[in-house]
Design a protein around this ligand. Structure first.
Ligand code: AHR
Length: 319
């Protein structure tokens, strides 16, 4: 190499160095579409994602879909237009994602599902799912009730069910898992089942309607989340009944509100669903963007908390 050529090469390297380092320092950008703010669980999940992004130095573009699929589709399209490095979202409902996920794939932006799964024709439309096993949560609720029923002398136990958002993975799976288990005991019968949209207000409204029907005695309430159970507790009290005693209440999530209701003797058991997915999600996003191989489905380990352990467990609860 001649001296002039060497000088030119060194000069070019010196000029490029700051650009190369800027690129290396550029934070990873994640577009995150959240379901909404419908429950205590969801607020804890949002806080976990935002805190973890900050801790991990990931630039987060956060969009709240207000429980509407069309808002999530718009948010994902906007993340694609902004050329984010990775898209993560918690889908409101299971179906109807093929088109927008194909658009993300065509733009070479990896998609991670968090909390809720999707039903798509081509599983390569997302790289990984991280969240709970909702069917197993339903089974745990069913198993707890089976044990309780075995100790209850009455000939029949009428159950009313407050389902989550229609078409959402947790509503579909929690119903499925619960039904799969309770069929072992024919005295357990679901006499009414309706969506309470995962909110306290709707949970209360639907429970009021269940109670007004008065055609059959209600022995058990199975609520797909704690917020609906808490709303229903209000309806039960307003109807002059004792929640947790006149009507046994089984719900899912394990939020602090449920532990307080158990301490007050108004709720019998909550099945844990862990919303603190942020740190694992950020690590997963880094691995995906770095091209590392990742698991297609990552599920979290969760417990069952009956009222008897509520006082001991409440101080340990993080959400
Ligand atoms: O997808 C998780 C569910 O969504 C939680 O059980 C519920 O509280 C939330 O709204």
């Amino acid at each position: 190499m001649t001296t002039t050529l060497l000088r030119r090469t060194l000069l070019a390297a010196a000029l490029l160095a700051p650009l190369v380092s800027m690129a290396a320092d550029k934070p990873l950008v994640m577009g995150f579409s959240q379901v909404g703010a419908e429950s205590e669980w969801r607020s804890a999940n949002t806080a976990s994602v935002k805190d973890a992004a900050k801790q991990a130095g990931i630039s987060l573009k956060f969009a709240d879909a207000q429980q509407k699929q069309e808002n999530q589709v718009k948010a994902i399209r906007s993340f694609i237009a902004q050329k984010v490095d990775v898209i993560a979202f918690s889908p409101v409902v299971e179906s109807g994602w093929d088109t927008v996920l194909k658009e993300a794939k065509a733009a070479r932006i990896p998609v991670i599902l968090t909390d809720r799964a999707v039903n798509v024709s081509d599983p390569s439309l997302y790289v990984s799912f991280i969240g709970s096993d909702f069917v197993e949560e339903g089974r745990k609720a069913g198993r707890w009730l089976l044990e309780r029923a075995a100790k209850t002398p009455s000939a029949s136990l009428n159950i009313v069910e407050l389902q989550g958002t229609v078409g959402s993975a947790p509503a579909i799976d929690r119903k499925k898992g619960f039904e799969e288990v309770i069929k072992a005991n024919p005295k357990l019968q679901i006499i009414r089942s309706q969506s309470g949209e995962f909110t306290r207000a709707k949970g209360k409204e639907v429970m009021e309607a269940f109670l007004k029907a008065k055609d059959k005695k209600i022995d058990v309430l199975y609520a797909h989340n704690d917020d609906m159970a808490i709303g229903a507790i209000q309806a039960i009290e307003e109807a002059g009944l004792k929640p947790g005693k006149d009507i046994v209440i089984v719900s899912i999530d394990g939020v602090k509100g449920a532990f307080q209701a158990m301490l007050a003797g108004k709720l019998n058991v909550t099945i844990e669903c862990n919303p603190l997915l942020g740190p694992q999600l950020m690590q997963l996003a880094r691995d995906v963007v770095a091209g590392k191989p990742v698991e297609k489905r990552i599920t979290v380990i969760e417990g069952v908390f009956p009222a008897e352990v509520a006082a001991k467990e409440l101080p340990n609860r993080k959400y």
